[in-house]
Design a protein around this ligand. Sequence first.
Ligand SMILES: Cc1cc2nc3c(=O)[nH]c(=O)nc-3n(C[C@H](O)[C@H](O)[C@H](O)COP(=O)(O)OP(=O)(O)OC[C@H]3O[C@@H](n4cnc5c(N)ncnc54)[C@H](O)[C@@H]3O)c2cc1C
Length: 497
Amino acid sequence: MGKKIIIIGGGVAGLSAGIYLQRNGYDTEILEMHRIAGGQCTAWERRGYRFDYCLHWLVGTAFGPFHDLWRETGVITDDTEIINHEVHTRIVDDNGEDFIVYTDIDRWEEYLIDLAPEDMKAIRKMCGHMRRGKGLLPFTNPPELRTAGDYLRGLKGILPALPMILRLNKKNCRDYFRNLGIRNPRISMFFETLYGARDFSAVVFVMMLTWFNQKNAGYLIGGSLPLAQRMAEKYRSLGGRFTGGTRVETIIVERDRAAGVRTVDGHTLRGDCIISAADGHATIFDMLGGKYLTERIREAYGNWGLFTPLVQVSFGIDRKGNSPCPVQTHMTRGRSIGSTPVDLGYSLTDYSFDPTMAPEGKSVMVMRFESPWDLWNDLEGEAYGEEKARIAADATALLESHHPGIGRHIEVTDVATPKTGVRHTGVWKGSYEGFMPSPRNYSSSIAMTLPGLDRFYMIGQWLYPGGGIPPAVQSGRWVAQLLCKNDGKKFLTPERG
Ligand SMILES: Cc1cc2nc3c(=O)[nH]c(=O)nc-3n(C[C@H](O)[C@H](O)[C@H](O)COP(=O)(O)OP(=O)(O)OC[C@H]3O[C@@H](n4cnc5c(N)ncnc54)[C@H](O)[C@@H]3O)c2cc1C
């Protein structure tokens, strides 16, 4: 066997690193604190219903370097069924007025112009931006291994989009929507509340719609848990060892070289190289005691914004779903669910589009809303239980208001809070995609290595603002490429599924 590599964390990033390293002859072991693999890319079963926690859409379901990753890691195989929703979301306000975000740009443009002919010029401009990004593709190789050819190919894709990127580069969605000069109050209101309320990069927003339009950001039938299980299976089939129920407390460092790990139950494991695919903050500040920092890390963990954590209320319903579209976002003012004011609204997903989520003739509906970490940090014991009960009651009443009579059909109600995510995955402050991609950081990243610390790498969602499954899985491939390069090996990719 080759070098012994310890991977801390069996989320999608850790699984990816394990798959590529096993393929290249390394002897890896993944230490995961939870029983099962997948990290935040997960779901849970309750009385025959599956409640999905993560996957809404996955960039790269049709083509491009991310698609290659899915094929190589088992995320997508020839048997995987992929669907592309026609409607990204339907937003409804308290007065019952609605606003639809279509995934097809031509259709959305037509709809918006119908709604606001007076804004035709601004609408055409925005949709034009979304069409112009179509040649943009992520790099296949990590920065350290990119060739002139990689950059030339990248440039070819980026050129048509360059004027748009330069114009939008420093803007968040609110500035972008205002600069477009849309006058129609209904469109402005929906734009401002949906993405405009967050410091969310305009370029990232535009690119998201570009991917939907290209049908390259679909949903995989089965959702998050089967996705993670396919990766775990691929890892095991390549000889990898997955050890669940093992929480790492400390990374052992000897003479500025990572030499092993110590688990919370006192075991020591030694390795030739340590890769942390666990939460970024815990890795840097707890497992390594904050000894190896860079200016970028200080800036990121000190000043960059985070995704506000979510509360998820899942309902198992003993009748078929009949929602007009998969995801509806309800805008509302002055209302709370439990103790959380939901002025930015709450979403309701009817999972009827995925028949694997509920038994025949039944359905799953999931309500999600943002709930700041500060509301949860100190909530424990009875008070925590009471808050969950209040949330369940409020959410059920809201569901009933949208679907009168549904209350009689609810068989299971399950409340997952930001604390649930932190307990099962250790994710810092419940920020499920790490750093919010703002105009200041969306094109930045945190390096995989730390200055002065040898034989150590970090991977996963915390390296790239915006997070998500694609960059997390890509970082697993990249670390394997770097190790192969350092060891003078030709990098091999796993057999495609
Ligand atoms: C509600 C929700 C919706 C989302 N929607 C999407 C979406 O539609 N599309 C998309 O691309 N992404 C989505 N995401 C984000 C995506 O799930 C994450 O960005 C991605 O799964 C992160 O993977 P990761 O491996 O980097 O980190 P994680 O999933 O956080 O994995 C880290 C792993 O390390 C383990 N760990 C932590 N500390 C230790 C320790 N001390 N010892 C041992 N193990 C440890 C954890 O248990 C975990 O398994 C969503 C997430 C959520 C929660």
